[in-house]
Design a protein around this ligand. Sequence first.
Ligand SMILES: [Zn+2]
Length: 62
Amino acid sequence: MTDGKPSFGKRNKRTHVLCRRCGKHAMHHTDKICAACGFGKSKRIRKYNWQTKTGMSAPQRK
Ligand SMILES: [Zn+2]
């Protein structure tokens, strides 16, 4: 099994499209839910504490 360059040709299913809120290519084409910011799922931006090194809600600079 190879997951290298030859298998990229099989990627033609377009599961995610550009999100109009966060601009990332993470909006699910059929679910209409952005995997990156949660658009379509919640009004608030999808955000988790584990996204930052500190585990705090707001990213802190030392
Ligand atoms: Zn988004």
